[in-house]
Design a protein around this ligand. Structure first.
Ligand SMILES: *Cc1c(COP(=O)(O)O)cnc(C)c1O
Length: 426
């Protein structure tokens, strides 16, 4: 038995506080074990996980197929670096490009690294293919975006907490309001040095902002007509979370919910992470067709761990689980049920203003100011009642359970959520 098994919640929280940098403010619960939609704390209390590690654990905690793929590969070969070929990377690259309908993939590890990679590809394409003069390329981004935590990425964030005292910032980004095609049109018509438009199909961290119907389709058409790359950050929205394989699929008129070709809003550059491994290992990817990806040449980009054999084996298993267990359909169906039931509750609620989302990426907005502690207190009470969720931006609570949830489990969760909310109604 390991020492860690014996630790109390109090001791574990003390150790993190004392010896770890304070870059997070976790909900006070210390988890030890996970299985499917459930996690257990060190005292043995069981919870529904309604965050799924920010939509990484779409396939459920410790999915046996994914874990087995990892264990088997870990006992065979873990890391070669890209100085040599390995026998898992090529088959994974073939699999993942077919799965999402692109010519090529560039494998990385974390979401932020994949976003950085997409930025580099977009800039290089601007100089080498589009013909923008060197160092002039601009990337258009949206207000309230979240694309990760590197120095370049926080340079185009407008979250003061993420940016403060981390300057000087990286140049080359133009910020426009989200869900505003007029603003995009204006910027594309007035600037001739735009390389790409980087956008989240739904703004997850910002509080699950779902754009208007047709927004992505129009944005994609505008990009096309101005020879600007449409770069979709689907790190959080991708891989069945929103009831479609990709959230950009949900904006195409194709009747196939599992369609991986999304003709109308197919991104030129697609960024994936999080659930690409089912949450067992850091795996991220950038996908594009040859006319774009060919700007990447030996030595121009890389990562020691990117495309390692464990990552490749794990990602194939994780994507097979999505398909074999129909998780896209399940997320679509359960998401509608969730919003229906919460909307019923909200009719008579004073504490909840609204519920919004797609598939199983949803949020409720609490009827209180952003700096109030109401949402935090609701999450503490939800924890006491056996369900884990976390506020985002003060007064919003995101609800994103693993997609392997059953209808009976979801109804149980809706019961916990509405009962907890009722105890806060005045
Ligand atoms: C989580 C997230 C990222 C960053 O991923 P990391 O693995 O934390 O670096 C980027 N974009 C979006 C939309 C995300 O939700």
């Amino acid at each position: 038995m390991s020492m860690l098994k014996e630790i109390s919640s109090q001791d574990a929280m003390y150790l993190e506080h004392e010896f770890g940098a304070h870059n997070y403010h976790p909900l006070p619960v210390v988890l030890q074990r996970g299985d499917g939609v459930y996690v257990w704390d060190v005292e043995g209390k069981k919870y529904y996980d309604f965050l799924s590690a920010y939509s990484s654990v779409n396939q459920g905690h410790c999915h046996p197929r994914i874990v087995n793929a990892m264990v088997e590969q870990a006992q065979t070969l873990t890391l070669t670096s890209r100085a040599f070929y390995n026998d898992r990377l090529g088959p994974y690259e073939q699999f993942v490009t077919n799965y999402f309908g692109f010519d090529k993939v560039l494998p990385m590890n974390t979401g932020a690294e994949a976003v950085e990679t997409a930025i580099k590809i977009t800039r290089r394409w601007a100089y080498q293919v589009k013909g923008i003069p060197e160092n002039q390329a601009k990337i258009v981004v949206c207000e309230n975006n979240f694309h990760g935590r590197t120095t370049t990425i926080i340079s185009f964030s407008n979250d003061p907490v993420a940016r403060e005292n981390f300057g000087p910032y990286t140049n080359g980004f133009i910020k426009i309001p989200y869900d505003d095609t007029e603003a995009l049109k204006h910027v594309l018509e007035t600037h001739h040095d735009v390389a790409g438009f980087l956008v989240e199909p739904i703004q997850g961290e910002a509080g699950v902002y779902v754009p208007s119907e047709g927004y992505l389709k129009t944005a994609k058409a505008l990009c096309e007509s101005h020879n600007v790359l449409f770069v979709a950050d689907e790190v959080q929205t991708g891989i069945a979370r929103t009831g479609r394989l990709l959230a950009t699929c949900g904006n195409c008129s194709c009747p196939n919910k599992n369609c991986s070709h999304t003709p109308e809003v197919k991104p030129d550059v697609l960024i994936l992470g999080k659930a690409l491994s089912g949450g067992v290992y850091p795996v991220s990817a950038v996908l594009a067709n040859n006319d774009i990806m060919d700007v990447i040449t030996p030595g121009s980009h890389g990562s020691t761990f990117g495309g390692n054999p464990i990552a490749a084996a794990v990602a194939v298993a994780a994507l097979q689980v999505i398909q074999d267990e129909d998780l896209t359909e399940n997320a679509d169906r359960l998401g509608m049920l969730f919003r229906d039931r919460l909307n019923d509750y909200i009719q008579t609620s004073k504490i909840v203003k609204l519920v919004r989302g797609k598939g199983l990426l949803n949020a409720i907005v609490i009827n209180d100011s952003e700096d109030s502690d109401t949402a935090w207190n609701i999450c503490l009470k939800l924890r006491d009642n056996g369900l884990l969720a976390k506020p985002t931006h003060g007064n919003i609570i995101r609800f994103a359970p693993p997609l392997v949830m059953s209808e009976a489990q979801l109804l149980d969760c809706i019961d916990i959520i509405t009962k907890t909310l009722k105890s806060f109604e005045i």
